[in-house]
Design a protein. Structure first.
Length: 320
């Protein structure tokens, strides 16, 4: 069975089993730009800080003591905890689920037909063998003053932690870890952005996903550098571990997380459909100048080359 047929079989199985739209997520920050959203940073920061504090409490409750290695494991367990979808067994960050259950978080939720991907019923898994892609659209939120998809929280937590682990285990630099996350064209079954996380399944290669994962790696480095300058957790004589400073997404989220600024690239057929949808909205990609992203650290690892001045924007090419 070739990779395309294998992915199709997985998609059909998911449809039969009633898979929830928690995998194959993209986002539509173009359409959501027309919606008013209250900033959700404070509410979501509170969830992250609560998970850090739970890890600290667990560490301090250990009668036999908990060294730095022990605390690092507990922090990964609490903050990076994943849950498995009961039908598909696909892991998802528990934090993302907690955000969905938090009423204080204002979200832009769109009917699929109203999104930039709505030209065809890509959100119906049983149609995958005929349409060639499967897309669900995550809600968008305002985080740190930026408009981002909820799927970016997944990438921040899960992919960020994966990159931290790869760099620690294999002794590789951030560039190598992120290149593994990107994957390679033609390897459709790989768990990468070129594979089933993106292009192979949805027809979308999201640079914003990579940007969120890159920022997530920075967060995990800060969190797990226990006792070092800048860490969130420190040890205090006679007091065990304490929260040295509080977390905020504002320290990590950037314009690069916004798919309407750091635009995705698309399969040629999908690119044409998205270009038509944007033209109907009077929008284009990027909706605002994105060249300021080129000045960000390690920008070539997660910024669309169009923003680096290396090629025309992808949607502009589609119109030509």
């Amino acid at each position: 069975m070739n990779s395309t047929r294998a992915v199709a079989a997985i998609a059909v199985f998911s449809a039969v089993m009633g898979a929830a739209p928690a995998s194959a997520n993209e986002t539509d920050n173009f359409t959501c730009r027309t919606r008013f959203l209250r900033d959700a940073t404070a509410a979501i920061d509170a969830l992250v800080n609560a998970s850090i504090e739970r890890a600290i409490a667990r560490a301090n409750s250990r009668r036999a003591g908990c060294d730095a290695g022990c605390l690092i494991r507990l922090l990964q367990d609490e903050v990076g905890r994943s849950t498995l979808h009961p039908l598909t067994f696909v892991p998802h960050a528990a934090l993302a689920g907690a955000i969905r259950r938090t009423p204080e978080v204002d979200r832009c939720h769109l009917a699929f037909r109203d999104t930039i991907y709505g030209a065809r019923a890509y959100n119906q898994p049983w149609r995958y063998p005929f349409l060639g892609r499967l897309i669900f659209v995550a809600d968008s939120i305002r985080l740190g003053g930026r408009l981002v998809g909820l799927d970016k929280v997944e990438h921040f937590i899960r992919e960020g932690l994966d990159q931290w682990r790869v760099m620690r285990r294999d002794g590789v630099a951030a560039a190598a870890a992120l290149q593994r996350e990107q994957g390679k064209p033609g390897r459709g079954l790989a768990w990468t952005e070129y594979g089933v996380k993106g292009m192979a399944l949805t027809g979308v290669f999201s640079y914003a996903d990579l940007a969120a994962g890159y920022a997530g790696h920075q967060f995990w480095t800060d969190l797990l550098s226990v006792g070092h300058t800048g860490s969130y957790v420190a040890g205090r004589a006679g007091a065990g571990y304490v929260l040295e400073r509080r977390f905020s997404f504002s320290s990590y989220v950037t314009d690069a997380w916004d798919e309407a600024i750091n635009c995705s690239t698309f399969h040629p057929d999908l690119r044409k459909e998205v270009a038509v949808a944007l033209e109907k909205r009077g929008m284009r990609c990027p909706v605002a100048a994105c060249h300021h992203l080129a000045a960000m650290p390690d920008a070539p690892l997660y910024v669309n080359p169009a923003c680096l001045g290396l090629m025309p924007p992808p949607i502009e090419r589609a119109k030509s």
